[in-house]
Design a binder for this molecule. Structure first.
Ligand SMILES: Nc1ncnc2c1ncn2[C@@H]1O[C@H](COP(=O)(O)OP(=O)(O)OP(=O)(O)O)[C@@H](O)[C@H]1O
Ligand SMILES: [Mg+2]
Length: 377
């Protein structure tokens, strides 16, 4: 099973330019999370910070008892092996064929024999549907195939945490649909912790367990996908509906008066009515669409039940619309516990986090704690 990643109070600047401050969230083990945000808000910087390529000046990133922000080079080298990363630009070596590209981390980081390297490379290339293309150079294949080769390379060290930076950019809608299915299928097969940066709202609505939004140098929100999909926060609604009206502008942030005028005009036209016709899969309406399931023949995602237990415990912390959407995803046994008040705060433990998983529960074993709606523990 993938490991939890606990990010607390993370702040990153380049010189005098602050990128974001005080980012706090937990990536729950084995779950799929998506990070959204306008261009330039520092999503790629966030991913690079997670793998220790960039050093935030404040805060912590704790994974398997190691703080990636403050650990030694030696510890960083070890902890980095737990990550599989698909960078935004793909970063394949242009002069190496796909086989050698995918084999690269194995040859760099392990002492495996070439026979074993071969077995792993062919297995991962098969997982991403690239069997038969081993001899091609990156320049000879389509953008979608390059993305999948990058994913195969991210998988060869059997990562516990997988970071994908815009895996779907530049792909046609059908390929995005295949890629989304591939992501869900991979998660079902390896149960690693996934974080995906994307601008595709259709992906954000249907793939992840959790959704976050970076905006104005802060994490505007992070929580179960139902929380963002039912949110009334202007910036969340603007982003998920892909419209011009709202706090996000083309180049700089808008002032309050301009936003208010835009919102009044939008309201006069009937609000977010353009169901399903916004750009990049953005749509109006309130619905929380069903989550994508693994392909027939694959195992269930193990994270599903863990997540249900986790969000059942958080149920009383959400507003009614979010709670209703989450309830629709819960099985009877957990709904019964929630309705019996088992997870409610008591006088003795007013935070409402007194609940402990039963012995043997995977959640207790991970020590992942009980993240609040914004991911705080
Ligand atoms: N190594 C660096 N040195 C200085 N500034 C940097 C560095 N890397 C990123 N930045 C700055 O950090 C800001 C955020 O960049 P980042 O690439 O993380 O944005 P993003 O959210 O990924 O955008 P996009 O959606 O367009 O990919 C930008 O202003 C960028 O210029
Ligand atoms: Mg980026």
């Amino acid at each position: 099973m993938g490991v939890a990643v606990h990010v607390e109070g993370l702040t990153k600047s380049f010189g005098s330019q602050n990128i974001w401050s005080d980012v706090t969230l937990t990536l729950p083990p084995g779950e799929i999370s998506v990070m959204l945000g306008p261009s330039g808000t520092g999503k790629s910087v966030f991913l690079k910070s997670l793998v220790g390529l960039l050093k935030p000046e404040r805060g912590s990133i704790v994974m398997s008892d190691t703080d990636i922000v403050t650990c030694s080079e030696r510890e960083l080298y070890d902890v980095r092996r737990l990550f599989g990363v698909l960078f935004q630009d793909g970063a394949l070596f242009g002069s190496m064929n796909l086989y050698d590209n995918v084999a690269f981390p194995l040859r760099e980081h392990t002492k495996k024999s070439e026979a074993e390297v071969r077995r792993i490379v062919l297995e991962k290339m098969d997982m991403v549907g690239l069997t038969g293309t081993e001899g091609k150079l990156p320049g000879e294949i389509s953008g979608g195939m390059r993305k999948r080769a990058g994913i195969a390379r991210a998988l060869v060290l059997d990562p516990e945490v997988i970071l994908f930076d815009e895996p779907d950019s530049g792909l046609d809608p059908v390929r995005v649909a295949y890629l989304n299915q591939l992501i869900v299928d991979l998660n079902a097969q390896i149960d690693a912790t996934f974080l995906i940066v994307t601008h595709d709202i259709g992906t954000a609505r249907t793939v992840p367990d959790n959704l976050g939004l970076l905006f104005r140098r802060h994490l505007a929100m992070f929580g179960p996908r139902e929380q963002l999909l039912t949110s009334q926060e202007p910036v969340v609604r603007q982003f998920l509906n892909g419209r011009r009206e709202g706090p996000i502008g083309m180049s700089e942030e808008k002032d309050v008066a301009q936003v208010e005028a835009e919102m009044a005009a939008l309201e006069a036209r009937g609000g977010d009515q353009h169901n399903g016709v916004g750009p990049k899969g953005a749509s109006g309406g309130e619905a929380v669409p069903p989550q994508l399931e693994p392909s027939p023949g694959l195992p269930e995602r193990k994270a599903v039940r863990r997540r249900q237990e986790r969000v059942a415990r958080m149920l009383h912390t959400f507003d009614p619309a979010t709670a209703e959407a989450i309830r629709a995803s819960l099985p009877q046994d957990l709904l019964a516990l929630a309705d019996a008040g088992v997870y409610e705060p008591t006088a003795a433990t007013p935070s409402g986090r007194h609940w402990r998983a039963e012995p043997g529960s995977e959640i207790a074993a991970t020590g992942a704690g009980v993240p609040g709606p914004r991911g705080e523990r």
